[in-house]
Design a protein around this ligand. Structure first.
Ligand code: 4AD
Ligand code: MG
Length: 436
């Protein structure tokens, strides 16, 4: 009887477990250079990147030449011996013994040279494979995991809110309207109103899903489809909302530092900026922030209006931790926000990421009085009948409650240190981009 022994399959991320052994790696050719009887193949396998060295003498002429002719992104498996090597990127090198080519790729459009942003976004389905994009989406993945873990630890119940909705949550100017049989629906701007219903059933809940806004602005902070995580708590006031947000941010930033150091290095992220996020966030009221802006030479801020992107940048580079801004004028804030004792300011909070990132969180205590809520709905010229179910939450056991919404892409963008949110989502949707 003959037995054939095949080498175990390994992944680049776990090469440390295989030092000195022969393994099979399956992946794609990321880069290649040749020197006489040697090929240096940079293999990526989805879990990492690794240098593989192929000697002509070990492979024979035919296989050596086949590997030499392979272009970028050709798919192959490599059987080789794992060596620890401090000089190698990633810390390991593979000495190739044999190889199998799944497919010799056509000429790959994304080369190591510089490409324009628009070109790269047209190639997004392929661009995802590039090292920076790979690192970014692995950080996004971890941020989501970490957020879910945080809320599970805090005993919040995850509750899904609908995507087709009959009413607006965040103003009517940026609603996506869709035909819905013989009526019309809107794509959800926020799960909050449903989250409030959930909080009355489960006490503490969070919704997490895609949200949609027909943003006509072409800024680095806006997408038309983005993911929002929205906790909502019964028996909670503004201070509880702020403390939850702060605890969540500190938890997630630390977890990403602990688990995604390799990816943060790929992105050349300054670790010290994230290590500074330890809690005790600085706070300002809108009025205090207004004073700072009024004295700032670069600000065009007008008291009584919302901060512009430039104002947020000015405020958010002042500290090395996120900045908590509360008590904005109720006049330009959402209809559902409870007001302070003067009746002019909303019991609301925005959290601005540091380093000029701007708003990553918006939240508030909610109006819990039926008559006041009905007044607000009228003031905002919203259709009362569409909000009757929402008003019921004030009719049947109303309690102080509140929550916030975290924009996932802005949060990932800040943690990763990338300028534009469009790189933090696999397939970004913006006013001028619907493909691929
Ligand atoms: O401040 P916003 O509009 O708050 C709400 O929607 C509340 N209903 C949330 C709540 O209290 N449950 O949005 C929350 C966050 C913003 O701080 C921002 O991070 C993100 O969502 N966001 C966007 N991210 C990317 N592209 C856009 N167009 C965004 N609009 C808001
Ligand atoms: Mg906001």
């Amino acid at each position: 009887m003959t037995t054939t022994t095949t080498a175990p399959k390994a992944t680049i991320r776990h090469l440390a477990d295989f030092v000195g052994q022969t393994v099979i790696l399956q992946g794609w050719l990321y880069n290649k250079s040749s020197k006489g009887k040697l090929h240096f193949i940079q293999l990526r396998d989805g879990t990492g990147f690794c240098q593989c060295v192929a000697f002509k003498n070990d492979l024979g002429e035919e296989l050596f030449d086949q590997l030499g002719a392979l272009g970028q992104e050709s798919s192959l498996s490599i059987t080789g011996e794992v060596a620890a090597d401090d000089r190698a990127p990633g810390g390991f090198e593979i000495k190739v013994k044999s190889a199998h080519v799944y497919q010799a790729a056509e000429e790959y459009p994304i080369t190591p040279k510089e490409h324009g942003v628009d070109f790269l976004h047209n190639q997004r389905h392929l661009w995802l494979r590039s090292k920076r994009q790979w690192a970014l989406l692995r950080i996004r993945d971890r941020v989501i995991y970490s957020l879910r873990t945080f809320f599970a630890n805090e005993e919040f119940v995850n509750m899904d809110s609908p995507i087709f909705t009959p009413n607006a949550c965040e103003g009517t100017s940026n609603l996506f309207e869709v035909a819905y049989f013989d009526t019309k629906a809107y794509l959800t701007q926020s799960g909050q109103l449903y989250g409030e219903a959930g909080a009355m059933a489960h006490r503490n809940i969070f919704t997490f899903g895609p949200t949609f806004r027909a943003e006509k602005s072409k800024t680095r902070r806006h997408l038309t489809e983005f993911w929002m995580l929205e906790p909502e708590m019964a028996f909670a006031e503004l201070e509880d909302v702020i403390q939850l947000a702060e605890k969540m941010i500190v938890y997630v930033v630390k977890d990403v530092l602990d688990t995604r150091a390799e990816e943060l290095k790929v992105l050349e992220r300054d670790f010290s900026k994230l290590e500074a996020v330890t809690g005790g966030f600085p706070r300002l009221t809108y009025d205090e922030a207004a004073k700072i802006l009024e004295e700032h030479p670069d600000s065009e801020f007008v008291y009584g209006e919302d901060f512009g992107a430039k104002d947020e940048t000015i405020l958010s580079i002042m500290n090395d931790q996120p900045l908590v801004v509360t008590h904005y004028p109720a006049s330009f804030k959402s209809f559902y926000m409870k007001r302070d004792e003067t009746g002019t300011k909303a019991l609301c909070v925005d959290i601005l990421g540091p380093e000029g990132v701007g708003e990553i969180i918006g939240g508030s205590q909610r109006e819990d009085d039926l008559a006041l809520m009905q007044e607000r709905i009228k003031e905002h010229e919203l259709p009362m009948d569409a909000f009757e179910w929402y008003n019921d939450l004030r009719r049947f056991g109303s309690v102080p409650h509140g929550g916030f919404g975290l924009g996932l892409e802005r949060f990932v963008g800040w943690i990763s240190g990338v300028e534009h949110v469009r790189e933090t989502i696999p397939f970004p949707r913006m006013m001028t981009r619907l493909t691929p």
